[in-house]
Design a protein around this ligand. Structure first.
Ligand code: IVH
Length: 666
């Protein structure tokens, strides 16, 4: 296997397989680092052979330039919506209507995913366009953005002439929480729910932004599948899975409407444990023949209905307001509530994000309020209920000074938030340390908010680097700490020194740089020292690193206080490098070399040694399995044989050049 086109295709297949396992089946076969290694290898090969580039390569999910505006796509068949059912009685009526026409009926019940509906078209197995619903007839062309959704295949497992499918693109709850937290930290407006967040992300003209939003998908409908007849929804879901789409695993075949109702009953509560938001259950007639017979109105099919879960809203009272200072100095008001049980948990606090929102909703201390959970997770006050006011309620106003350090708060023109600009503010320090120690960052077990509070208040820690100077006795003397837990903590801190550079980079909390971008950055820039030298232009060359990130990194490393922090961490023995992924350490893994003729600069043994060190193999004879023939002076018959087989020939000089690149891991 030596022809680059074969190699590129094989790598693509390999990467597709891993993307399928990771993003569709949620069951990765290899580590993230190994996956990244394969992607790097493919990118390098494609860079070296631009003629092999293809739009459905896994490297081409994120297209080049932002679009000036979205085009429109006319749906071949309109995207209908569904009639709603709000009670079991509504469902039984629906069932009776069907039975009257069709006799006994069977159903498939599916969770109704709260996202954005999407129509996808594939030709010869390749994704050619993706459109939003729009008005049902004409949608927006969001192909470039949909390509960034990793669970949507760019290439199907089967090269059918034409396939049209429909489904839902959504933002997972965890991603929604992260995105809103990030927005809050930047002083920006937050999204009301994951559906708005998904819609907003899909409507970005720059696909790089959509890519960072990590959207996901479930596909549930086949509109057209050339060359194959489909008889039921169950079969459609199975085929969708076989084609490589992500299909929701919770769907259920039901013998009758009572079984559908049982299904709904189980999900009313259980849904809160799912990683995505669902607002109901879609009940679909299973056999396609019956669907044909029932037909549709202009708006919706007669063979399906959407049961809506009752809205989870509760009344409670605002007892007080707490003002918190975030890691970036943003001041956020939090309502302290009379505890209520809602959507699976007891809620006693709700972030109000910023003071503008408090004013807009006219929320006062002592008010009765209506609450829900945004994205099924984040407790939020929907509105105050002024009709219950008795006159003692207190209007909430933003403080003039930081509640932690007293410095005067400022507000930038473009932001909704007030900020404390004092970088030594103890509240900011605490938040930065909690973040530094968190799971996705340096992962220091046992170093949670309560302990950080004590470490900072006692003066033991005045900046992150102080963590590495702690001694057991002092830690053991803190509240609720014994010798053993102090010991464990120090051990965890010590262990964190070994974390790879991308963890440290994440932990430093550079604006706009999360765990994923840190990983991408450190694959190219493997030593901390080099971050002080790199230019914005060089950074923007790195895949998925945009100008805003590049600017933020350069500014961070230009700040002398940050240099001091990094120097101190380095002095304490914190690792400042990124280990190379396996494929970079052994760039010649799986490659077979044959040598012929006399080389000028190296002996055969030396050549063999260096090839083997890089993971390659040296063989004595040329065969179809040979990848490279290295040719010195007066080559023998191996040369002719290799030429005959189309094997790649490397003259000495070229070999040395390649060797240099392989050794640098390029
Ligand atoms: S089937 C012909 N199945 O809910 C109707 N829809 O009004 C095809 N939705 O716009 C829709 N999950 O965006 C179907 N499992 C599911 C769904 C689902 C979410 C959305 C869809 C549609 C709306 C219903």
């Amino acid at each position: 296997m030596n022809r680059p086109e074969e190699k590129v295709e094989k790598l693509r297949e390999e990467i597709r397989k891993h993307e399928y396992h990771y993003y569709v089946l949620d069951d990765p076969l290899i580590s993230d680092a190994e996956y990244d290694g394969l992607m790097i290898e493919l990118r390098q090969l494609e860079e070296a052979h631009p003629e092999l580039l293809s739009s459905h390569s896994p490297t081409q999910r994120i297209g080049g330039q932002p679009l000036p505006m979205f085009g429109s796509i006319t749906h071949r068949l309109p995207l209908l919506s569904l009639d709603n059912a709000f009670s079991y009685q509504d469902l039984r009526f629906f069932d009776q209507r069907l039975k009257k026409e069709l006799g006994p009926v069977t159903y498939v019940a599916e969770l109704k995913i709260d996202g954005v509906s999407i129509a996808l078209v594939y030709e010869q197995g390749v994704l050619i366009n993706a459109a939003t619903r729009g008005d049902g007839m004409v949608g927006e062309d969001v192909t470039a953005n949909i390509r960034t959704v990793k669970s949507i295949p760019l290439k199907l497992k089967n090269e059918l002439p034409r396939v049209e499918v429909r489904g839902e693109v959504y933002m997972p709850k965890g991603q929604f929480v992260r995105l809103n937290r990030e927005k809050e930290e930047k002083g920006e407006k937050v999204f009301a729910n994951p559906r708005n967040a998904a819609a907003g992300s899909l409507r970005q003209l720059n696909p790089k932004i959509t890519a960072r939003r990590a959207l996901d998908s479930f596909i549930y409908d086949i509109m057209h599948l050339e060359g194959k007849d489909i008889y039921s929804q169950q079969e459609a879901l199975q085929i969708l899975g076989e084609l490589g789409f992500k299909v929701n695993p919770q769907s259920k075949y039901c013998q009758d409407i009572e079984e559908v109702i049982q299904y709904i009953e189980t999900w009313v509560e259980q849904r809160h444990g799912l990683p995505y938001e669902t607002d109901g259950v879609v009940v679909k007639l299973d056999p396609y023949a019956g669907r044909q017979q029932m037909g549709q109105t202009i708006r919706s099919p007669r063979w399906a209905v959407a049961y809506k879960f009752p809205a989870e809203e509760m009344e409670t009272r605002v007892l007080d307001v707490e003002v918190n200072v975030g890691r970036t100095g943003i001041i956020a008001p939090t309502a302290i509530l009379e505890p209520v049980f809602i959507a699976g948990t007891t809620v006693s606090r709700a972030s109000m994000h910023n003071f503008d929102l408090v004013e807009e909703k006219d929320i006062r201390i002592g008010d009765r309020v209506l609450i829900h959970k945004a994205g099924d997770i984040i407790p939020e006050i929907i509105k105050s209920l002024p009709q219950y006011r008795e006159g003692q309620e207190k209007i909430i106003v933003p403080p003039h000074n930081c509640p932690a350090c007293g410095s005067v708060l400022i507000r930038l023109d473009s932001e909704v938030a007030w900020r404390c600009e004092n970088i030594s503010c103890p509240a900011r320090l605490k938040e930065s340390i909690i973040f530094f120690a968190s799971r996705g960052a340096m992962d220091i077990e046992g170093l949670g908010p309560a302990l950080v509070e004590q470490l900072v208040n006692s003066g033991l820690v005045n900046q992150v680097a102080d963590l590495y100077k702690l001694d057991v006795e002092k830690v053991a003397s803190l509240d609720r700490m014994g010798n053993k837990s102090a010991h464990n903590l120090l051990q965890a801190i010590e262990k964190s020194k070994e974390q790879p550079l991308h963890r440290l980079l994440t932990a430093l909390g550079i604006r706009h740089i999360g765990a994923k971008s840190a990983r991408l950055l450190t694959q190219r820039i493997a030593h901390m020292e080099n971050f002080f030298k790199v230019s914005e232009d060089e950074l923007a060359q790195i895949q998925e690193i945009g100008p805003i990130m590049a600017d933020s990194i350069v500014k961070f490393f230009a700040e002398p206080l940050n240099r001091d922090t990094i120097d101190l961490l380095c002095e304490q023995g914190v690792n400042m490098t990124e280990p190379r992924p396996l494929t970079q350490e052994f760039p010649l893994a799986g490659q077979t070399f044959v040598l012929t003729g006399t080389l000028q600069t190296m002996t055969r043994n030396e050549v063999a040694e260096v090839i083997e060190k890089l993971g390659g193999k040296v063989s004595g004879s040329v065969s179809k399995k040979t990848d490279y023939l290295v040719v010195g002076e007066s080559p023998g018959s191996k040369y002719d044989k290799a030429m005959g087989l189309g094997i790649k020939i490397l003259e000495e000089e070229q070999f040395l050049q390649n060797l240099g690149q392989w050794q640098q891991g390029i």
